[in-house]
Ligand binder design. Structure first.
Ligand SMILES: CC(C)(COP(=O)(O)OP(=O)(O)OC[C@H]1O[C@@H](n2cnc3c(N)ncnc32)[C@H](O)[C@@H]1OP(=O)(O)O)[C@@H](O)C(=O)NCCC(=O)NCCS
Length: 169
């Protein structure tokens, strides 16, 4: 099985992040508006590193090369929930098992830090991600018609939930 390591992001990751952050294949399905400048991405990294409600990790492959990011966001310590975010930015690595390993590592991180539920919202046309989430034990618990509108086009979304303990994480 493909192996990945999660480590906290650092300022020097900015160059790598900028190689994929404006690629519509990679981030086009996210609610991010327009082109992201280097300065904006830097500010995002700075803000996340100080936030108590977010944990952002760099995803490294077997050779220590950064190939993506994975995050736990909107962390709610009282209810022990968090929203996931995952990007394998290196398109040449897609379908190689890295996404699956990253979700497993992120759920493990959630488990070891006391969370009991990880949730996310995905566009219904993101077939690869939905397949991956289903395989990883997530359940689709709500269909959200036309929930996310971008550049005048509205997209149906699904709300996915993983309850830690139920599926063996
Ligand atoms: C979604 C993403 C994380 C998947 O990463 P990955 O490294 O390609 O994932 P894996 O290789 O582990 O698994 C991909 C699975 O999807 C399957 N798949 C690929 N294309 C598919 C399609 N069009 N429909 C259904 N399944 C598909 C693959 O066969 C594989 O399943 P398998 O292991 O059963 O064969 C990656 O493509 C990505 O970062 N995309 C852009 C960002 C994104 O959309 N993030 C999620 C936002 S919620």
């Amino acid at each position: 099985m493909t192996n990945v390591t999660l480590r906290p992001t650092r300022a020097t990751d900015l160059d790598t992040l900028m190689t994929w952050v404006n690629d519509p294949d990679v981030t086009g399905r996210f609610a991010r508006l327009g082109h992201v400048t280097r300065e904006e991405e830097q500010q995002y990294l700075d803000r996340i590193s100080k936030s108590e409600r977010d944990r952002l990790y760099a995803v490294e492959d077997e050779h220590g090369e950064m190939i993506g990011t994975a995050g736990l966001h909107d962390i709610d310590p009282e209810n022990r929930t968090a929203r996931f975010g995952i990007i394998i930015g290196r398109k040449d690595r897609w379908n190689g098992g890295y996404g699956r390993s990253t979700i497993t590592a992120l759920l493990n991180e959630a488990y070891t830090t006391g969370l009991k539920e990880v949730w996310g919202v995905t566009r219904t046309d993101n077939a690869r991600m939905r397949h991956l989430l289903a395989q990883s034990g997530f359940r689709e618990d709500a269909y959200l018609p036309a929930r996310y509108c971008q550049a005048g086009t509205c997209h149906d979304m699904v709300h996915e939930v993983y309850r830690i303990g139920e599926a063996g994480a």
